[in-house]
Ligand binder design. Structure first.
Ligand code: B12
Ligand code: SF4
Length: 453
């Protein structure tokens, strides 16, 4: 279903990124759609490109309806969860402005190139468009504000050479691609000059995969005397005598590195092997301990509720979480989140054996996440066939108990500390992922305080 993009038919272009769930991901950078708008602006002769990201616009629909009036082409960037919010926009274009061509692309089409896209879509691109520079004229106002106030992002690499079984990269024929160093440094200098951000996030699957690039970025920060703090993602396997060693950690801390994000995933070696993560529990502990030694935060993301995971495996994960948490307040626990079978990854293929049915055409994805056994996009209420009824009920609450019990009990804020103390001792230590107090607390946070976490 992959039709070539005919740039000669385009001039007045609208690029749209819809939201992906009930809540907007406000302040987040939507790299795919931003790359598309930037590419079309540079590649199409005399292009007039309008970019709209629903996550970052108030009155999005009014702006969309106004913008589409005089467009010859409307492009939509789609992950599977966005189809529900993108199809109504496409219907609107076809109904009100039938002369405009509708083109879709993005990871959903890359994963399902054969699925029919239906008559509403004129072309569906199941490939990546060239990703040159990202044009800042398209960066939405809300994202700019986030850059100034909280955290800016600089993209340093694409894709990944590993093939972890739960990750989309295991089914894509992709390898790690470092962004050219001059582009990274030009972006960084621009971001610092324009936004003066307190924190910079180097967006990469593994910032240290290309060690020379990582070292050059750190050297640049030190040479320029930049004062921002920075964070990045790393595999724990990078921590050894030749890669992230004591000398580099000292330099990183000196250049403002405040946190590394790790895909810890599990405390069970059996589960890590099943996930084809290519890391050991000992490597996890070493990486986190090394960060703590140099005053660098360690954000540890974990999974549970995987097919084939036994209560004993799970207990090993819970024990590892406690052990990491006890390394001190620099350690932040993210999860353990229940594995969600989003399309992509070899485990996604495996769970089909349990009888889960997934759509076979673009249109069928529209309502898929509303009412199905995998729960909603942010899976509040799953009923995975590989888990018991009880596990389906309490496991999705494990990350809440870990977050409020462990992260909050390590907080400097006395109110958080007190609440954390309760959830740590009454819930986490007893592996009690339920109870009326937790339900009430989450209700207050979600409904009254509108907090996502
Ligand atoms: C960074 C990231 C995020 C960021 C930014 C998301 C964004 N849209 O940019 C944040 C943190 C916000 C995020 C959030 C979420 N994410 Co995310 N995220 C990623 C990650 C790791 C990298 C994406 C990226 O930046 N790629 C670089 C850009 C430049 O590439 P690209 O987006 O693929 O775009 C290129 C092509 O696809 C194509 N293209 C894209 N759009 C279009 C449009 C047209 C018309 C054309 C012609 C071409 C085209 O050209 C682009 C340039 O080369 C991917 C994993 C991956 N490797 O894809 C997961 C991934 C996209 N995320 C995923 C998920 C599930 C989510 C969340 C639902 C998680 C959650 N529960 O909150 C949310 C919702 C996101 C959404 N909008 O739907 C899944 C999506 C699975 C699927 N089948 O769709 C992925 C694939 C991870 C996974 N589970 O395997 N995510
Ligand atoms: S989980 Fe991380 S290391 Fe594994 S394939 Fe995905 S991006 Fe790469």
């Amino acid at each position: 279903m992959a039709e070539e993009l005919d740039l000669s038919k385009m001039r007045r272009i609208l690029v749209v990124n819809s939201r992906s769930g009930p809540a907007k991901l406000s302040g987040q950078v939507m790299w795919g759609a931003w790359a598309v708008a930037s590419y079309l602006k540079t590649a199409v002769k005399d292009a007039d490109v309008v970019y709209l990201d629903e996550n970052n616009e108030d009155d999005f629909f009014a702006k969309f309806a106004e913008a589409v009036k005089d467009r010859d082409t409307a492009c939509f960037s789609v992950t599977s969860m966005q189809i529900k919010h993108t199809l109504p926009l496409i219907r609107y274009v076809k109904e009100k402005h039938p002369g405009a061509r509708v083109i879709t692309g993005g990871i959903h089409h890359i994963l399902f190139p054969e699925q029919p896209h239906g008559a509403l879509i004129d072309a569906a691109a199941s490939y990546e468009l060239p990703r040159g520079s990202f044009l800042y004229e398209f960066l939405p106002k809300k994202v700019r504000e986030t850059y100034r106030r909280e955290r800016a992002q600089v993209l340093t690499g694409f894709n990944c050479s590993f093939k972890c079984a739960f990750c989309v990269n295991s089914v894509r024929n992709c390898r790690y691609e470092a962004r050219p160093l001059p582009e990274i440094l030009a972006d960084l200098d621009y971001v610092v000059k324009e936004f003066d951000p307190p924190l910079v996030y180097f967006r990469d699957e593994d910032f240290f995969f290309d060690m020379e690039k990582a070292k050059a970025v750190i050297a640049h920060i030190l040479e320029r005397g930049y004062r921002f703090k920075w964070e990045a993602t790393s595999r724990v396997t990078n921590f050894n005598d030749t890669r992230i060693n004591d000398a580099l950690l000292e330099r990183m801390a000196g250049s403002g590195c405040m946190q590394l994000r790790f895909g810890v995933e599990s405390g069970s070696q059996k589960t890590l092997n099943y996930l084809r993560k290519g890391q050991t529990v000992a490597q996890i502990k070493r990486a986190v301990a090394q960060c703590v030694k140099y005053g660098i935060g360690a954000n540890c993301s974990l999974l549970t509720g995987l097919p084939g995971e036994t209560p004993a495996d799970r207990e090993e994960t819970f024990r590892l979480i406690t052990e990491l948490h006890e390394m001190g307040p620099l350690v932040v626990i993210l999860g353990p989140q229940v594995y969600r079978p989003y399309p992509g990854g070899t485990i996604y293929e495996e769970v089909k054996k349990y009888g889960l049915k997934f759509p076979s055409s673009f249109g069928e994805w529209e309502n898929f996440y509303d009412n199905n056994p995998t729960g909603s996009v942010f899976d509040e209420d799953p009923s995975y066939p590989w888990l018991s009824a009880e596990e389906n009920k309490y496991l999705p609450r494990a990350w809440e108990v870990a977050h409020y019990g462990l992260n909050w009990s390590a907080s400097g804020n006395p109110v958080k500390k007190l609440i954390g103390f309760w959830f740590k001792h009454a819930h986490w230590n007893k592996r009690w992922f339920g109870g009326p107090d937790l339900a009430l607390f989450m209700l207050i946070r979600k409904r009254l305080l509108k907090s996502g976490i």
